[in-house]
Design a protein around this ligand. Structure first.
Ligand SMILES: OC[C@H]1O[C@H](O[C@H]2O[C@H](CO)[C@@H](O)[C@H](O)[C@H]2O)[C@H](O)[C@@H](O)[C@@H]1O
Length: 607
């Protein structure tokens, strides 16, 4: 059985990523890209679905782990009665094919070790054909288009369709294992001449990047770990950022809410852009913005809510029915049917991302502005339609309040673009439409009898997306309707002080079962406290969220406060983006913070 989600750590090379367990087992790896089939999928099944474990033979070995400072290089230290070894795992920056390095160093005594490698291509389905390399101790595994080569410093033996080894590591000794991927039609990839140099180069490259992080007061280290994680979720060739490197980690143990997150969501765009810009990573923000602009180019009526890392549009959802799922949570879904949904907020998310970038020195090109104008003209014809909303419900469309608010935000950012940056456009018409949408939301999305905005028109149910209304500048934070909404969220959506997205038992979403608290929404509540001058509450909630990170600083999408364990895909960009943005909001504000995401960027003139 796979470990608890929080018992994994991320390694990656900005093309793909792997999850390494505290037990030294790599249980998830998709090669060569984030969205490729997994060759290790034990995370969603059993070791027979693919994994690579290197650990002491003594099952009672104690374990501690950490990242090397400022890097995505993981060090797992095992201590046994016989001594201590450090397992160092990393995926070096690509200079050719994908490589995974595992180095074992003896620190004390002499420790008996085991290696157990099960390569299973296509998400644990295909057992490869394995042959020995001409050189000593290497193997080559081929299955259809895929080839993986292991260069090993110790003798290997084939057993039960797996590759195994037993060896000892003495104090002062270092052994390096190298796993390399290549398309199977290419020549055999050679071992790296000097793996120690490659490790040093990997460390230097991460340090050179992460040392530039902007200070965030007492939370600088937490922010540094989060931006390293976001960088690890970036597909360098295109600048796209995946929501998470995993598929089908459940939002409820044993449940059906198991989604594939190895794609890029427009909704996550603005918050990600702001996080990168605040942290000082302008180049990465530009790469992400350029990805956004390329992905969304085309007929405005065909804009999607999410795309593949290269901008792909068909992300067909299917079920890997040979995988039992994480702790029996099935189906295991690959692909994501949400790509076909209507979610009106994406117009606002895109316009806002570009506008916030512009406010911070990333100007709109004429080409980009023409695209935005075309998207707005399309939005003007569809904004009144019901949609699937931010939470991507699967039981029919409704008029989600947040979707309408973000339609307002799309117009608002366009108006500000004309007013502040001299861009061209039908100013009066867009101002009038902006006012019309604002009035529509205040009329249909607010319920005076409960003193709160509601999740969708005509419903009395709350939705955590409403916490973003002051952040996007829809109304001032002090507006009684906003204060009432925060109170209502506290009343209806808090579980053990953390925020649920909505109550699935009341606000139907088309799926059986329930889910945990949603960590990004919990950061939004902290932001809402800061915006309404309750800095102590904001800080207390933020510190509580920091305490939920695992031992190496990572957050999943959700958390189960009763079972005290992480849920959902891991690590999740949306959660880490929330952490970064809240950290800067708290570090910056002496008292009441300003909505950095408003049309003016400083919280003035909300409408
Ligand atoms: O649980 C419902 C939905 O969950 C996924 O979407 C969530 O993650 C997205 C990426 O971070 C985020 O933008 C979205 O708002 C979240 O609800 C999943 O991909 C959907 O298919 C699913 O319906």
């Amino acid at each position: 059985m796979a470990l608890r989600i929080e018992d994994y750590a991320l390694i990656g090379d900005t093309h793909s990523a792997a999850l390494v367990g505290r037990n030294g087992s790599i249980d998830w790896l998709c090669w060569p890209r984030f969205d490729s089939g997994a060759c290790f999928a034990a995370l969603l099944g059993t070791p027979e679905h693919g994994c690579w474990r290197i650990a002491p033979a003594d099952p009672a070995a104690s374990v501690t782990r950490r990242y090397r400072d400022g890097t995505l290089i993981l060090e797992t230290t095992f201590r046994t009665g016989d001594g201590e070894v450090v397992l160092t795992d990393c995926m070096p920056p690509r200079d050719g094919g994908p490589v995974l390095l595992r180095q074992i160093s003896g620190r004390r005594g002499r420790v008996a070790m085991e290696l157990d490698l099960a390569l299973r291509f296509d998400y644990g389905r295909n057992v490869p054909w394995v042959t020995r390399l001409p050189e000593a101790n290497g193997i080559r595994a081929i299955s259809g288009p895929d080839m993986v080569v292991l260069h090993s410093p110790v003798p290997l033996k084939g057993e039960d369709l797996r590759t195994r080894a037993r060896f000892e590591v003495a104090e002062g000794q270092t052994l390096v294992f190298e796993l390399i991927y290549s398309p199977s039609h290419l020549p055999l990839p050679a071992a790296t001449a000097a793996p120690e140099t490659l490790l040093a180069h990997t460390e230097a490259s991460w340090r050179g990047w992460s040392d530039r992080v902007q200070a965030a007061g007492p939370w600088t280290e937490a922010v540094r770990r989060s931006v390293i994680t976001l960088k690890g979720l970036t597909y360098r060739p295109t600048g796209g950022i995946v929501a998470a490197p995993t598929a089908a980690l459940p939002e409820e143990i044993g449940g059906v809410r198991n989604w594939d997150y190895r794609y890029c969501w427009l909704r996550d765009a603005t918050l990600t852009l702001l996080a990168l810009l605040q942290a000082g990573y302008t180049e990465d923000a530009v790469a992400w913005r350029d990805w956004l602009l390329r992905a969304t180019k085309g007929s405005p009526s065909q804009i999607q809510i999410m795309y593949g890392i290269g901008g792909e549009r068909r992300l067909m959802e299917w079920e890997a029915n040979w995988l039992p799922g994480y702790e029996g949570s099935h189906p295991v879904r690959i692909g994501n049917a949400a790509h076909d949904q209507l979610q009106l907020d994406v117009f606002g998310e895109l316009m806002d991302a570009l506008h916030q970038g512009h406010l911070r020195g990333l100007p709109n090109s004429d080409d980009a502005w023409q695209l935005q104008k075309a998207l707005l003209e399309h939005l003007a014809t569809v904004w009144q339609e019901p949609d699937e909303g931010m939470w991507e419900v699967r039981d029919g469309r409704r008029c989600f309040t947040y979707s309408k608010v973000m339609a307002w935000a799309a117009l608002d950012r366009a108006v500000h673009g004309i007013e502040s940056f001299g861009l061209s456009g039908p100013l009066d018409r867009w101002r009038a439409l902006r006012a019309e949408i604002h009035a529509d939301v205040c009329r249909h999305g607010y319920d005076a009898s409960i003193g709160s905005f509601v999740g969708s028109y005509g419903s009395r149910e709350l939705d955590a997306s409403l916490l973003l209304l002051p952040a996007v500048g829809f109304l001032p934070a002090e507006d009684p309707r906003i204060l009432g909404t925060i109170t209502a969220v506290e009343r209806d959506l808090l579980q053990d002080g953390l925020v649920r997205r909505y109550r699935p038992e009341k606000a139907q979403d088309g799926l059986p079962g329930s889910e945990g608290v949603f960590l990004a929404c919990s950061f939004w509540l902290a932001d809402a406290y800061a915006l309404t001058g309750r800095k102590d509450k904001a800080r207390a909630l933020f510190e509580r969220l920091l305490d939920l990170r695992n031992d190496v600083g990572l957050l999943s999408e959700e958390y189960d406060p009763r079972a005290r364990r992480m849920l959902g895909n891991f690590p999740q960009a949306f959660s880490h983006v929330g952490l970064v943005n809240t950290a800067y909001a708290l570090a910056r504000s002496g008292g009441q913070s300003k909505p950095v995401r408003s049309g003016t960027g400083d919280g003035s003139e909300p409408r």
